[in-house]
Design a protein around this ligand. Structure first.
Ligand SMILES: [Ca+2]
Length: 76
């Protein structure tokens, strides 16, 4: 796992090596991606593959793919 990348893109605010729900919300705000709280919760749960309530680097890759696809669908 490469937590350095998470830190460098300042998603992982408390540098815990994983992104929690609050950090994810901040991240989407920074990206100016408009998701409702419900959608963010859903995305978080979907991407937290091992259910440890944190998004690790590998799970973050899954998350970015999912957000990319959701955005494409919204624009289409
Ligand atoms: Ca996890």
């Amino acid at each position: 796992m490469n937590s350095g990348l998470l830190v460098s893109c300042s998603v992982d605010e408390d540098k815990s090596g994983a992104i929690d729900l609050k950090e994810l919300k901040h991240y989407f705000e920074k990206l100016q991606v408009k998701f409702t709280n419900e959608e963010i919760n859903e995305i978080f749960k979907t991407c937290d593959l091992n259910d440890d309530m944190g998004i690790s680097f590998n799970e973050f890759i899954v998350l970015l793919c999912l957000v990319y696809l959701l955005n494409k669908l919204q624009l289409a």
